[in-house]
Ligand binder design. Structure first.
Ligand code: CA
Length: 359
């Protein structure tokens, strides 16, 4: 008897701790949706493209087939550079891409991917998922009829592929290099000529000398695009992308039609894909890096400290200039900076001293 009473009390306690608002629980609808989703990733791209395919499967399984998503790799339906417009106009309902590709249209969107010398994936996730970043992001895309969610992070990237050594900032002068986002603008300040080229075209661009150098992501991604075959020097660290957040963007009119459970299924599957992309990237980049280390045709080099110091100084200038030219950029920069300053204080007693134990 006592056991029954204790069990009853425990159950009552658990139920009272976890109240479910009936209004949030919709009846299971019979409506079905067939959506199209494009990505920015080349069809043979590892991890990102695979995780997006898995995301579509997860949504279909969790929704019991009510929301079916057909995935198209970069360029199969829409060129990667047009994914934002395609989602905004409703030609497709979803895309998986990176917000800094839209810098020309929405300069502040660059904060949602990455800031040179800024937060790594841990800080970026904390800011976006919990620290107010996502609300700013959703507000930023509101005028375009797009609802964004985070979906994946690349971790710290590599510095890129060069066919000449970079011993000083002068070596960057006149170099035609593929680098999107704020990193590209920093290189322009250093006298380089940054361009943005769709990922699927990088190999040809370097091979034919259309560009002198390029960055992409990290060892497994870069190797799959054949960049190790067209350039000799592989530089680190990826100062320009210390933890690039990828985005799931959804057409708002399509999103509004979804019942609450379907919306939650999409968000949950996107969060799972975030973990998949990050975990797989760290794992597979490590394996590909070890292969590259053993390959005598590639020289893996660290950017000199003096070059990184200068690039960091130029980054501050670029951010200041962009902030004075765009009110959204300025507003989001303030929020990002406030988070980063507080986080840095905490990192100074956690991650930073911990890392010193490796030295
Ligand atoms: Ca990159």
């Amino acid at each position: 008897m006592i056991r029954i009473i204790v069990t009853f009390l425990l159950l009552s306690f658990l139920i009272s701790c976890n109240p479910i608002d009936d209004e949030e629980v919709n009846e299971v609808s019979k409506r079905t949706y067939s959506w199209k989703m494009v990505t920015a990733w080349p069809p043979n791209s590892p991890i990102n493209q695979e995780s997006v395919e898995q995301f579509a499967k997860d949504v279909a399984i969790m929704s019991r087939g009510r929301l079916k998503i057909k995935v198209f790799a970069g360029g199969e339906l829409v060129p990667p550079s047009q994914a934002f417009d395609a989602v905004s106009q409703g030609g497709v309902q979803m895309a998986h891409t990176a917000s800094y590709y839209w810098a020309g249209k929405v300069p502040a969107a660059q904060f949602m991917t990455v800031v040179p010398f800024g937060l790594t994936h841990k800080g970026a996730w904390s800011w976006i998922y919990a620290g107010g970043g996502l609300a700013l992001w959703q507000e930023l895309y509101e005028p375009f009829g797009i609802v964004p969610f985070p979906m994946g992070n690349t971790g710290i990237q590599m510095g890129g592929w060069f066919n000449k050594k970079i011993n000083s900032l002068d070596d960057l002068k006149g170099l035609k290099i593929r680098m999107p986002g704020l990193g590209g603008k920093v290189l322009a300040k250093a006298g380089a000529n940054p361009v943005n080229i769709d990922p699927g075209e990088l190999y040809m661009a370097v091979e034919r000398g259309v560009i002198d150098a390029t960055e992409w992501v990290g060892p497994v991604f870069d190797k799959r695009q054949g960049l190790d075959e067209v350039a000799k020097y592989y530089y680190f660290p990826g100062w320009h992308e210390p933890g690039s957040q990828l985005e799931l963007i959804i057409n708002r009119d399509a999103w509004k039609l979804l019942e609450p459970d379907l919306k939650l299924i999409v968000e949950t599957a996107a969060a799972k894909a975030s973990l998949d992309i990050f975990a797989q990237s760290e794992l597979q980049n490590t394996a590909a890096f070890l292969e590259m280390q053993a390959d005598n045709s590639i020289e893996i080099l660290e950017f000199p400290e003096s070059v990184l110091t200068e690039l960091r100084r130029l980054t501050a200038l670029v951010i200041e200039e962009e902030a004075s030219a765009d009110t959204d950029f300025s507003k989001i920069f303030e929020a990002y900076r406030a988070f980063e300053e507080d986080y840095q204080a905490y990192r100074s007693v956690t991650e930073i001293p911990y890392r010193k134990t490796f030295e």
